[in-house]
Design a protein around this ligand. Structure first.
Ligand code: NAI
Ligand code: PYR
Ligand code: MG
Length: 374
């Protein structure tokens, strides 16, 4: 198979979809790998490192997209990339179809592209192994950036999360106690903050209570518990997920207006549309805005800021599946692997992931049925 790795073009996105170890795995199995020139430089990987393991360096994104049977990326295709998508092309990347530009779903359908979405590749136990590493990064970053936003110079109220003896600690609420939530709580606890985690999954709450040994408050998530905790917080982290679907709006604008001025919200779930009503996607160049005196940080590609960690963490998990698709072809690979089947968001002009179809207003066609359809 011909596999293409274009350079990411989203604002300050320094990750890359494949590292030399992944390229070597493909070239040694007889596949061709095209890497756009300088695709890896943001992650500290020069073209020569890719050439050493058998990649062809290609001068332009247009050429990579034109020649590749499968494109391996990090972020969802954005507008300038839409016209580069080839009919029937396999695209293996994050898509977040329910959270981003509706034009992307429309384009994938029009081009009959096979969208293999990292964020919905799901094992039988419900875990999301290709989302997990980036959620770990974003969860840890959420407290780091939130703490910075709480400083006066960044628009915050001017409170140190850990406090000092004689003065109260900062209060952090984390809504959603999955991968992002756990990592955010770990860092917040490490900094000495007072931390509350809310989740609807009571088994998960038991787990969180066990691992934090009473150092965090774990609460069942409902309208009342969210409102009380958010009102009292200095920093709120949005970390919920309905796989593939739009994030539920759990913090209303009215509730934001009840927070004290200079409080901070970091809506990590912004890539799925966000769980805080007042959030809208921002970029690393201009990461924050203020509503009702509350600083909002809503960057949809947080891990892009720490590529030397994120690129390797991501590609460690994505590599076996790109190899499998290249070796077996998409259809046989998907038929042989239920986790990969759940990653199929669009195929041959159909939406093949139920939550995406529902939230974006399309008919849903299960992937196995789509394989049999013209
Ligand atoms: N902005 C960024 O750069 C990044 C964003 N993300 C996003 O962060 C979000 C969270 O991801 P993960 O932690 O990996 O998901 P996860 O599936 O591990 O955790 C989500 C948690 O939300 C809980 N939840 C669902 N509905 C809830 C409700 N009404 N109230 C409270 N909790 C609720 C679930 O029970 C689950 O424990 C996703 O949207 C993901 O795409 C992840 C990485 C980077
Ligand atoms: C998960 C995701 O959206 C990211 O890593 O950018
Ligand atoms: Mg994102």
């Amino acid at each position: 198979m011909i596999v293409g790795v274009p350079k990411e073009i989203k604002t300050r996105e320094y990750r890359v979809g494949m590292v030399p170890a992944g390229v070597r795995a493909l070239t040694s199995a007889g596949h061709t790998v095209l890497v756009e020139t300088n695709a890896g430089v943001g992650s500290g990987i020069p073209d020569s490192e890719y050439q050493r393991v058998g990649a062809q360096i290609v001068a332009s994104a247009d050429e990579v997209w034109k020649r590749a049977e499968m494109v391996v990326k990090v972020k969802e295709p954005i507008a300038p990339e839409y016209e580069r998508i080839q009919p029937g092309q396999i695209i293996y990347t994050y898509f977040h179809l329910a959270g981003v530009d509706p034009e992307l779903t429309k384009t994938l359908i029009k081009k009959k592209a096979a969208a293999v979405a990292y964020e919905t590749l799901q094992l039988d136990d419900g875990s999301l192994p290709l989302l997990k590493p980036m959620s770990e990064v974003a969860g840890k970053m959420a407290i780091q950036v939130g703490a910075a936003c709480l400083e006066k110079a960044h628009g915050g109220k001017g409170i140190l999360l850990g406090g000092v003896p004689g003065v109260r600690r900062g209060r952090v609420t984390v809504i959603g106690g999955g991968v992002v939530g756990l990592c955010a709580a770990k860092v917040a606890v490490g900094m000495g903050a007072e931390v509350t985690i809310l989740d609807v999954n009571l088994e998960r709450l038991t787990y969180l209570d066990d691992v934090f040994l009473g150092r965090v408050s774990v609460l069942a998530s409902d309208t009342e518990s969210i409102a009380k905790s958010v009102r009292e917080s200095d920093l709120v982290v949005g970390a919920v997920l309905i796989p593939g679907g739009k994030a539920p709006k759990l913090v209303s604008e009215a509730l934001i207006s009840e927070m004290s001025p200079g409080s901070v919200v970091v809506d990590v779930a912004v890539d799925q549309g966000g769980c805080i009503e007042t959030c809208k996607p921002t970029t690393h160049d201009n990461p924050t805005f203020t509503v009702h005196g509350v600083v909002h940080y809503c960057v949809a590609n947080m891990p892009g800021a720490v590529p030397q960690t994120s690129t390797y963490a991501l590609t460690n998990t994505t590599r076996p599946y790109s190899r499998k698709i290249a070796d077996m072809g998409l259809i046989e690979a998907v038929k042989s692997d239920r986790a990969l089947a759940r990653a199929m968001n669009t195929y041959n002009g159909h939406v093949t992931y139920e939550a995406v179809a529902k939230d974006m207003g399309y008919d849903y066609l299960p992937i196995m049925d789509a394989f049999g359809r013209k």
